[in-house]
Design a binder for this molecule. Sequence first.
Ligand code: IFM
Length: 474
Amino acid sequence: MSNDFEVAALAARFPSGFAWGAATSSYQVEGSTTADGRGQSIWDTFVSEPGRVVDGSNGDKAIDSYHNIEGDVALVGELGLNSYRFSLSWPRICPDGDGKVNRAGLDYYSALVDALLEQGITPWVTLYHWDLPQALENGGGWPKRDTAERFGEFAQIAHQALGDRVKRWITVNEPWCAAFLGYSSGEHAPGRREPAASIAAAHHLMLGHGLAARAIKEAEPDATVSIGLNFYPVYAASDAPVDVDAARRIDGVQNRWFTDAALKGAYPEDIVDDFTAVTDFSFVEVGDMEVINAPLDCLSVNYYSQYTVTGREGGAVSASAAPTGAGSPWPANEHVGFMTTGLPQTDMGWEIAPEGLSETLRRLHANYPDVTLAVTENGAAFPDKLVEDQVADSERLDYVREHLGACADAVEAGVPLIGYFAWSLADNFEWAWGYTKRFGLVYVDFETGQRVVKDSGKWYCDLVRTARSNGEAK
Ligand code: IFM
Protein backbone atom coordinates (compact mmCIF):
# COMPACT_ATOMS: atom_id res chain seq x y z
CA MET A 1 0.00 0.00 0.00
CA SER A 2 1.46 3.39 -0.91
CA ASN A 3 2.05 5.84 1.89
CA ASP A 4 -0.38 8.38 0.39
CA PHE A 5 -3.11 5.83 0.14
CA GLU A 6 -2.52 4.65 3.68
CA VAL A 7 -2.59 8.20 5.06
CA ALA A 8 -5.80 8.99 3.18
CA ALA A 9 -7.46 5.80 4.42
CA LEU A 10 -6.52 6.52 8.03
CA ALA A 11 -7.47 10.20 7.85
CA ALA A 12 -10.91 9.29 6.50
CA ARG A 13 -11.65 7.35 9.69
CA PHE A 14 -11.72 10.47 11.90
CA PRO A 15 -14.69 12.80 12.35
CA SER A 16 -14.62 16.42 11.25
CA GLY A 17 -13.96 18.89 14.03
CA PHE A 18 -11.42 16.50 15.59
CA ALA A 19 -8.73 18.18 17.72
CA TRP A 20 -5.34 17.37 16.20
CA GLY A 21 -2.57 18.38 18.53
CA ALA A 22 0.70 17.93 20.31
CA ALA A 23 1.42 18.45 24.00
CA THR A 24 4.12 19.82 26.29
CA SER A 25 4.38 20.88 29.92
CA SER A 26 5.84 23.97 31.55
CA TYR A 27 8.82 22.55 33.45
CA GLN A 28 9.78 20.28 30.57
CA VAL A 29 10.08 23.03 27.96
CA GLU A 30 10.10 26.56 29.36
CA GLY A 31 13.44 27.01 31.13
CA SER A 32 13.90 30.50 32.65
CA THR A 33 13.16 29.15 36.09
CA THR A 34 14.13 32.34 37.88
CA ALA A 35 13.06 34.88 35.26
CA ASP A 36 10.58 37.69 35.78
CA GLY A 37 9.57 36.84 39.31
CA ARG A 38 8.89 33.09 38.88
CA GLY A 39 8.93 31.32 42.24
CA GLN A 40 10.69 28.04 42.97
CA SER A 41 8.94 24.76 42.23
CA ILE A 42 9.46 21.34 43.76
CA TRP A 43 11.18 20.28 40.54
CA ASP A 44 13.77 23.06 40.89
CA THR A 45 14.56 21.72 44.34
CA PHE A 46 14.50 18.06 43.36
CA VAL A 47 16.87 18.40 40.40
CA SER A 48 19.40 20.19 42.59
CA GLU A 49 19.72 17.10 44.80
CA PRO A 50 22.51 14.77 43.63
CA GLY A 51 21.39 11.49 42.10
CA ARG A 52 17.79 12.48 41.40
CA VAL A 53 18.14 12.90 37.61
CA VAL A 54 20.15 10.31 35.68
CA ASP A 55 22.24 12.78 33.70
CA GLY A 56 22.44 15.33 36.52
CA SER A 57 20.55 17.82 34.36
CA ASN A 58 17.73 20.21 35.20
CA GLY A 59 15.02 22.37 33.64
CA ASP A 60 16.85 25.69 34.07
CA LYS A 61 17.09 26.08 30.32
CA ALA A 62 15.03 23.14 29.05
CA ILE A 63 14.28 23.98 25.41
CA ASP A 64 13.88 27.67 26.18
CA SER A 65 10.24 27.88 25.14
CA TYR A 66 9.87 30.85 27.48
CA HIS A 67 11.83 32.92 24.99
CA ASN A 68 10.51 31.27 21.88
CA ILE A 69 6.75 31.76 21.73
CA GLU A 70 6.84 32.76 18.09
CA GLY A 71 9.10 29.87 17.00
CA ASP A 72 7.20 27.18 18.89
CA VAL A 73 3.80 28.40 17.73
CA ALA A 74 5.10 28.54 14.16
CA LEU A 75 6.19 24.93 14.56
CA VAL A 76 2.73 23.87 15.70
CA GLY A 77 1.32 25.67 12.66
CA GLU A 78 3.92 24.09 10.35
CA LEU A 79 2.79 20.67 11.53
CA GLY A 80 -0.74 21.57 10.46
CA LEU A 81 -2.17 21.13 13.97
CA ASN A 82 -5.36 22.86 15.06
CA SER A 83 -4.73 22.37 18.81
CA TYR A 84 -1.83 22.72 21.25
CA ARG A 85 -1.76 21.48 24.82
CA PHE A 86 0.59 23.17 27.29
CA SER A 87 0.61 23.67 31.05
CA LEU A 88 0.81 26.71 33.29
CA SER A 89 3.66 26.89 35.73
CA TRP A 90 1.89 27.61 39.01
CA PRO A 91 4.99 29.27 40.60
CA ARG A 92 5.44 31.47 37.53
CA ILE A 93 1.95 32.88 38.16
CA CYS A 94 1.78 32.58 41.96
CA PRO A 95 5.41 32.44 43.16
CA ASP A 96 4.45 31.39 46.70
CA GLY A 97 1.41 29.35 45.74
CA ASP A 98 -0.92 31.79 47.46
CA GLY A 99 -3.19 34.44 45.98
CA LYS A 100 -0.35 36.92 45.23
CA VAL A 101 -0.08 37.10 41.45
CA ASN A 102 3.09 37.67 39.42
CA ARG A 103 1.76 39.71 36.51
CA ALA A 104 4.75 38.83 34.29
CA GLY A 105 3.90 35.14 34.59
CA LEU A 106 0.35 35.70 33.43
CA ASP A 107 1.60 37.95 30.62
CA TYR A 108 3.76 35.15 29.27
CA TYR A 109 0.82 32.72 29.01
CA SER A 110 -1.44 35.44 27.70
CA ALA A 111 1.03 36.12 24.88
CA LEU A 112 1.29 32.39 24.13
CA VAL A 113 -2.50 32.07 23.94
CA ASP A 114 -2.75 35.11 21.65
CA ALA A 115 -0.04 33.76 19.36
CA LEU A 116 -1.84 30.41 19.09
CA LEU A 117 -5.21 31.98 18.38
CA GLU A 118 -3.70 34.20 15.71
CA GLN A 119 -2.64 31.02 13.91
CA GLY A 120 -6.08 29.44 14.37
CA ILE A 121 -4.73 26.97 16.94
CA THR A 122 -6.94 26.11 19.92
CA PRO A 123 -5.14 26.20 23.28
CA TRP A 124 -5.76 23.29 25.66
CA VAL A 125 -4.44 24.45 29.01
CA THR A 126 -3.36 22.12 31.81
CA LEU A 127 -3.40 23.82 35.20
CA TYR A 128 -1.09 21.40 37.00
CA HIS A 129 1.63 19.34 35.40
CA TRP A 130 3.70 18.62 38.53
CA ASP A 131 5.54 21.87 39.25
CA LEU A 132 4.13 22.64 42.69
CA PRO A 133 5.34 25.90 44.25
CA GLN A 134 8.07 24.95 46.73
CA ALA A 135 6.44 27.23 49.32
CA LEU A 136 3.42 24.91 49.38
CA GLU A 137 5.64 21.83 49.70
CA ASN A 138 7.34 23.57 52.63
CA GLY A 139 3.90 23.72 54.23
CA GLY A 140 3.42 19.95 53.72
CA GLY A 141 2.67 19.68 50.00
CA TRP A 142 -0.13 17.62 48.49
CA PRO A 143 -0.59 15.44 51.60
CA LYS A 144 -2.01 18.62 53.18
CA ARG A 145 -5.53 19.84 52.45
CA ASP A 146 -4.41 23.47 52.20
CA THR A 147 -2.59 22.69 48.92
CA ALA A 148 -5.87 21.60 47.31
CA GLU A 149 -7.56 24.80 48.46
CA ARG A 150 -4.73 26.94 47.11
CA PHE A 151 -5.03 25.06 43.81
CA GLY A 152 -8.73 25.93 43.58
CA GLU A 153 -7.75 29.60 43.98
CA PHE A 154 -5.04 29.25 41.36
CA ALA A 155 -7.61 27.87 38.90
CA GLN A 156 -9.75 30.93 39.51
CA ILE A 157 -6.79 33.26 38.91
CA ALA A 158 -5.82 31.45 35.71
CA HIS A 159 -9.37 31.43 34.42
CA GLN A 160 -9.90 35.11 35.20
CA ALA A 161 -6.80 36.00 33.19
CA LEU A 162 -7.15 33.61 30.25
CA GLY A 163 -10.74 32.41 30.24
CA ASP A 164 -11.84 35.01 27.71
CA ARG A 165 -9.70 33.11 25.16
CA VAL A 166 -9.07 29.64 26.62
CA LYS A 167 -12.09 27.33 26.50
CA ARG A 168 -10.45 23.92 27.11
CA TRP A 169 -9.07 23.24 30.57
CA ILE A 170 -7.38 20.18 32.02
CA THR A 171 -7.16 20.54 35.78
CA VAL A 172 -4.51 18.05 36.93
CA ASN A 173 -2.23 15.91 34.79
CA GLU A 174 -1.63 12.32 35.91
CA PRO A 175 -2.32 12.59 39.64
CA TRP A 176 -1.11 8.98 39.89
CA CYS A 177 2.43 10.16 39.08
CA ALA A 178 2.24 13.31 41.19
CA ALA A 179 1.02 11.37 44.24
CA PHE A 180 2.77 8.03 44.03
CA LEU A 181 6.04 8.80 42.23
CA GLY A 182 6.28 12.04 44.20
CA TYR A 183 5.36 10.81 47.67
CA SER A 184 5.61 6.99 47.65
CA SER A 185 8.48 5.75 45.47
CA GLY A 186 10.24 9.13 45.54
CA GLU A 187 11.27 8.91 41.87
CA HIS A 188 9.73 12.30 41.17
CA ALA A 189 9.67 15.58 43.09
CA PRO A 190 9.42 16.11 45.97
CA GLY A 191 11.11 12.70 46.33
CA ARG A 192 9.37 11.57 49.50
CA ARG A 193 8.92 7.90 50.37
CA GLU A 194 5.86 7.97 52.58
CA PRO A 195 3.14 5.56 51.39
CA ALA A 196 0.46 6.83 53.78
CA ALA A 197 1.16 10.46 52.83
CA SER A 198 1.01 9.52 49.14
CA ILE A 199 -2.59 8.35 49.53
CA ALA A 200 -3.48 11.65 51.23
CA ALA A 201 -1.66 13.42 48.38
CA ALA A 202 -3.74 11.49 45.83
CA HIS A 203 -6.92 12.55 47.62
CA HIS A 204 -5.92 16.20 47.78
CA LEU A 205 -4.91 16.24 44.13
CA MET A 206 -8.43 15.04 43.37
CA LEU A 207 -9.95 17.55 45.75
CA GLY A 208 -7.89 20.25 44.02
CA HIS A 209 -9.19 18.97 40.71
CA GLY A 210 -12.79 19.22 41.94
CA LEU A 211 -12.29 22.72 43.34
CA ALA A 212 -10.64 23.86 40.11
CA ALA A 213 -13.35 22.29 37.94
CA ARG A 214 -16.03 23.94 40.04
CA ALA A 215 -14.31 27.35 39.92
CA ILE A 216 -14.05 27.25 36.12
CA LYS A 217 -17.58 25.99 35.56
CA GLU A 218 -19.05 28.60 37.93
CA ALA A 219 -17.25 31.34 36.03
CA GLU A 220 -18.02 29.89 32.62
CA PRO A 221 -20.55 27.07 32.30
CA ASP A 222 -19.65 26.49 28.63
CA ALA A 223 -15.96 25.85 29.24
CA THR A 224 -14.77 22.30 28.56
CA VAL A 225 -13.28 20.91 31.77
CA SER A 226 -11.28 17.72 31.95
CA ILE A 227 -8.74 15.81 34.05
CA GLY A 228 -5.68 14.06 32.58
CA LEU A 229 -5.25 10.47 33.73
CA ASN A 230 -2.72 7.87 32.62
CA PHE A 231 -4.15 4.47 31.74
CA TYR A 232 -2.61 1.05 31.11
CA PRO A 233 -4.42 -2.19 30.40
CA VAL A 234 -3.23 -4.53 33.15
CA TYR A 235 -3.07 -8.26 32.44
CA ALA A 236 -2.44 -11.09 34.88
CA ALA A 237 0.53 -13.23 33.86
CA SER A 238 -1.55 -16.37 34.42
CA ASP A 239 -4.88 -17.55 35.83
CA ALA A 240 -3.26 -18.26 39.18
CA PRO A 241 -5.19 -16.39 41.89
CA VAL A 242 -2.06 -14.53 43.06
CA ASP A 243 -1.49 -13.16 39.55
CA VAL A 244 -5.15 -12.26 39.10
CA ASP A 245 -5.09 -10.44 42.43
CA ALA A 246 -1.91 -8.55 41.50
CA ALA A 247 -3.63 -7.41 38.29
CA ARG A 248 -6.69 -6.31 40.26
CA ARG A 249 -4.54 -4.22 42.61
CA ILE A 250 -2.47 -2.52 39.92
CA ASP A 251 -5.52 -1.95 37.70
CA GLY A 252 -7.36 -0.55 40.71
CA VAL A 253 -4.71 1.99 41.63
CA GLN A 254 -3.77 2.88 38.07
CA ASN A 255 -7.05 2.82 36.17
CA ARG A 256 -9.96 2.92 38.61
CA TRP A 257 -8.88 4.97 41.65
CA PHE A 258 -8.89 8.41 40.06
CA THR A 259 -11.50 7.75 37.38
CA ASP A 260 -14.11 6.37 39.78
CA ALA A 261 -13.51 9.29 42.13
CA ALA A 262 -13.90 11.91 39.40
CA LEU A 263 -16.77 10.31 37.51
CA LYS A 264 -18.60 8.22 40.12
CA GLY A 265 -17.80 10.18 43.27
CA ALA A 266 -16.40 7.15 45.12
CA TYR A 267 -13.08 5.35 45.41
CA PRO A 268 -13.18 1.66 44.38
CA GLU A 269 -13.97 -0.36 47.50
CA ASP A 270 -11.45 -3.13 46.90
CA ILE A 271 -8.58 -0.61 46.79
CA VAL A 272 -9.92 1.27 49.81
CA ASP A 273 -9.75 -2.09 51.62
CA ASP A 274 -6.16 -2.64 50.44
CA PHE A 275 -5.09 0.85 51.51
CA THR A 276 -6.66 0.48 54.93
CA ALA A 277 -3.49 -1.39 55.82
CA VAL A 278 -1.54 1.88 55.63
CA THR A 279 -4.01 4.70 56.18
CA ASP A 280 -7.19 5.38 58.13
CA PHE A 281 -8.42 7.88 55.49
CA SER A 282 -8.96 10.50 58.18
CA PHE A 283 -8.03 13.15 55.58
CA VAL A 284 -11.29 12.53 53.70
CA GLU A 285 -13.89 15.02 54.94
CA VAL A 286 -17.65 15.00 54.53
CA GLY A 287 -18.50 16.55 51.16
CA ASP A 288 -15.09 15.92 49.56
CA MET A 289 -16.34 13.24 47.20
CA GLU A 290 -19.10 15.53 45.91
CA VAL A 291 -16.49 18.18 45.14
CA ILE A 292 -14.28 15.61 43.39
CA ASN A 293 -17.30 14.42 41.41
CA ALA A 294 -17.71 17.88 39.81
CA PRO A 295 -19.35 17.57 36.38
CA LEU A 296 -16.75 16.85 33.69
CA ASP A 297 -17.09 17.50 29.97
CA CYS A 298 -14.19 15.39 28.86
CA LEU A 299 -11.76 12.79 30.18
CA SER A 300 -8.18 13.28 29.01
CA VAL A 301 -6.56 9.93 28.35
CA ASN A 302 -2.78 9.58 28.42
CA TYR A 303 -1.70 6.24 26.98
CA TYR A 304 1.74 4.74 26.41
CA SER A 305 1.85 1.02 27.17
CA GLN A 306 0.38 -2.01 28.90
CA TYR A 307 1.34 -3.99 32.02
CA THR A 308 1.52 -7.72 32.60
CA VAL A 309 1.90 -8.55 36.27
CA THR A 310 2.56 -11.49 38.50
CA GLY A 311 1.86 -11.78 42.21
CA ARG A 312 4.12 -14.77 42.69
CA GLU A 313 6.85 -14.08 45.14
CA GLY A 314 10.10 -13.92 43.28
CA GLY A 315 8.08 -13.79 40.03
CA ALA A 316 9.91 -12.32 37.07
CA VAL A 317 10.31 -8.73 38.13
CA SER A 318 11.43 -6.43 35.41
CA ALA A 319 12.12 -2.95 36.67
CA SER A 320 12.35 -1.61 33.16
CA ALA A 321 9.00 -3.04 32.07
CA ALA A 322 7.27 -0.70 34.48
CA PRO A 323 9.55 2.00 35.78
CA THR A 324 6.52 3.86 36.97
CA GLY A 325 4.08 1.04 37.73
CA ALA A 326 6.22 0.02 40.64
CA GLY A 327 5.53 3.38 42.26
CA SER A 328 2.10 2.39 43.59
CA PRO A 329 2.02 2.64 47.35
CA TRP A 330 2.36 -0.53 49.32
CA PRO A 331 0.26 -2.68 49.66
CA ALA A 332 -0.99 -2.25 46.07
CA ASN A 333 2.34 -3.31 44.65
CA GLU A 334 3.33 -5.80 47.33
CA HIS A 335 5.07 -8.72 45.63
CA VAL A 336 4.03 -7.49 42.21
CA GLY A 337 6.39 -8.25 39.37
CA PHE A 338 6.07 -6.38 36.09
CA MET A 339 6.85 -8.78 33.26
CA THR A 340 7.96 -8.37 29.70
CA THR A 341 5.98 -10.34 27.16
CA GLY A 342 8.31 -10.15 24.18
CA LEU A 343 6.60 -7.22 22.49
CA PRO A 344 8.92 -4.57 21.02
CA GLN A 345 9.79 -1.81 23.48
CA THR A 346 10.52 1.89 23.30
CA ASP A 347 13.68 3.48 24.67
CA MET A 348 11.88 3.71 28.04
CA GLY A 349 11.56 -0.08 28.10
CA TRP A 350 7.79 0.31 27.67
CA GLU A 351 6.08 -2.35 25.58
CA ILE A 352 4.45 -1.14 22.38
CA ALA A 353 0.80 -2.21 22.54
CA PRO A 354 -1.43 -0.10 20.28
CA GLU A 355 -4.46 -2.34 20.61
CA GLY A 356 -4.33 -1.54 24.34
CA LEU A 357 -5.29 2.02 23.45
CA SER A 358 -8.51 1.06 21.68
CA GLU A 359 -9.23 -1.39 24.50
CA THR A 360 -8.68 1.41 27.04
CA LEU A 361 -10.92 3.85 25.17
CA ARG A 362 -13.69 1.28 24.77
CA ARG A 363 -13.49 0.28 28.42
CA LEU A 364 -13.62 3.90 29.56
CA HIS A 365 -16.62 4.61 27.38
CA ALA A 366 -18.42 1.51 28.66
CA ASN A 367 -17.74 2.41 32.30
CA TYR A 368 -18.25 6.18 32.05
CA PRO A 369 -20.62 6.65 29.11
CA ASP A 370 -21.52 10.28 29.83
CA VAL A 371 -18.15 11.86 29.16
CA THR A 372 -16.34 12.49 25.89
CA LEU A 373 -12.74 11.31 25.61
CA ALA A 374 -9.59 12.88 24.20
CA VAL A 375 -6.19 11.22 23.93
CA THR A 376 -4.09 14.02 25.39
CA GLU A 377 -0.75 12.17 25.45
CA ASN A 378 0.56 9.33 23.34
CA GLY A 379 4.06 8.85 22.07
CA ALA A 380 7.37 7.08 22.37
CA ALA A 381 11.01 7.73 23.19
CA PHE A 382 13.66 6.50 20.79
CA PRO A 383 17.36 7.35 20.56
CA ASP A 384 17.07 9.67 17.55
CA LYS A 385 20.00 10.91 15.53
CA LEU A 386 20.12 14.05 13.42
CA VAL A 387 21.89 13.19 10.17
CA GLU A 388 22.16 15.83 7.47
CA ASP A 389 19.10 17.73 8.62
CA GLN A 390 16.96 14.62 8.86
CA VAL A 391 15.79 12.45 11.74
CA ALA A 392 14.70 9.10 10.32
CA ASP A 393 12.62 7.92 13.28
CA SER A 394 10.69 5.13 11.59
CA GLU A 395 9.96 3.39 14.92
CA ARG A 396 8.18 6.48 16.28
CA LEU A 397 6.37 6.96 12.99
CA ASP A 398 5.07 3.37 13.23
CA TYR A 399 4.15 3.88 16.88
CA VAL A 400 2.08 6.99 16.13
CA ARG A 401 0.49 5.45 13.04
CA GLU A 402 -0.52 2.28 14.87
CA HIS A 403 -1.89 4.16 17.87
CA LEU A 404 -3.91 6.44 15.60
CA GLY A 405 -5.25 3.28 13.95
CA ALA A 406 -6.31 2.16 17.43
CA CYS A 407 -8.04 5.52 17.98
CA ALA A 408 -9.89 5.10 14.68
CA ASP A 409 -10.96 1.58 15.75
CA ALA A 410 -12.39 3.09 18.93
CA VAL A 411 -14.21 5.82 17.00
CA GLU A 412 -15.75 3.17 14.76
CA ALA A 413 -16.81 1.22 17.85
CA GLY A 414 -18.81 4.27 18.97
CA VAL A 415 -16.36 5.91 21.38
CA PRO A 416 -16.92 9.71 21.49
CA LEU A 417 -13.27 10.59 20.91
CA ILE A 418 -12.76 14.29 20.25
CA GLY A 419 -9.00 14.66 19.89
CA TYR A 420 -5.50 13.23 19.78
CA PHE A 421 -2.36 14.93 21.10
CA ALA A 422 1.05 13.49 20.40
CA TRP A 423 3.50 13.53 23.29
CA SER A 424 5.44 15.54 22.66
CA LEU A 425 5.67 18.47 20.29
CA ALA A 426 9.44 18.54 20.76
CA ASP A 427 12.19 16.68 22.66
CA ASN A 428 12.40 18.03 26.19
CA PHE A 429 13.32 17.41 29.83
CA GLU A 430 12.02 13.93 30.65
CA TRP A 431 11.88 14.28 34.44
CA ALA A 432 14.17 11.83 36.27
CA TRP A 433 15.57 10.80 32.86
CA GLY A 434 16.76 14.31 32.14
CA TYR A 435 17.61 14.83 28.47
CA THR A 436 18.40 11.16 27.81
CA LYS A 437 14.96 10.29 26.38
CA ARG A 438 13.57 11.94 23.28
CA PHE A 439 9.77 11.93 22.82
CA GLY A 440 9.37 14.76 20.31
CA LEU A 441 7.89 14.90 16.84
CA VAL A 442 10.48 17.62 16.52
CA TYR A 443 14.16 17.02 17.28
CA VAL A 444 15.84 19.55 19.53
CA ASP A 445 19.57 20.14 19.68
CA PHE A 446 19.81 20.72 23.43
CA GLU A 447 22.97 22.82 23.03
CA THR A 448 21.82 25.24 20.34
CA GLY A 449 18.04 24.91 20.67
CA GLN A 450 17.77 24.18 16.94
CA ARG A 451 14.50 22.38 16.05
CA VAL A 452 14.18 19.91 13.17
CA VAL A 453 10.92 18.16 12.30
CA LYS A 454 11.46 14.38 12.47
CA ASP A 455 10.09 11.98 9.86
CA SER A 456 7.32 11.07 12.35
CA GLY A 457 6.38 14.75 12.56
CA LYS A 458 6.25 15.03 8.77
CA TRP A 459 4.06 11.94 8.56
CA TYR A 460 1.74 13.22 11.31
CA CYS A 461 1.51 16.56 9.52
CA ASP A 462 0.49 14.78 6.33
CA LEU A 463 -2.19 12.85 8.12
CA VAL A 464 -3.54 15.89 9.96
CA ARG A 465 -3.66 18.03 6.84
CA THR A 466 -5.50 15.27 4.97
CA ALA A 467 -7.98 14.74 7.82
CA ARG A 468 -8.58 18.44 8.20
CA SER A 469 -9.16 18.98 4.51
CA ASN A 470 -11.62 16.04 4.53
CA GLY A 471 -13.40 17.77 7.41
CA GLU A 472 -13.63 21.04 5.52
CA ALA A 473 -14.94 19.25 2.43
CA LYS A 474 -17.72 17.49 4.40
O1 IFM B 1 6.95 13.32 29.79
C1 IFM B 1 5.88 12.70 30.43
C2 IFM B 1 4.77 13.69 30.70
O2 IFM B 1 5.21 14.78 31.42
C3 IFM B 1 3.66 13.03 31.47
N1 IFM B 1 3.24 11.81 30.85
C4 IFM B 1 4.24 10.86 30.42
C5 IFM B 1 5.32 11.57 29.61
C6 IFM B 1 6.40 10.56 29.17
O3 IFM B 1 6.99 9.96 30.27
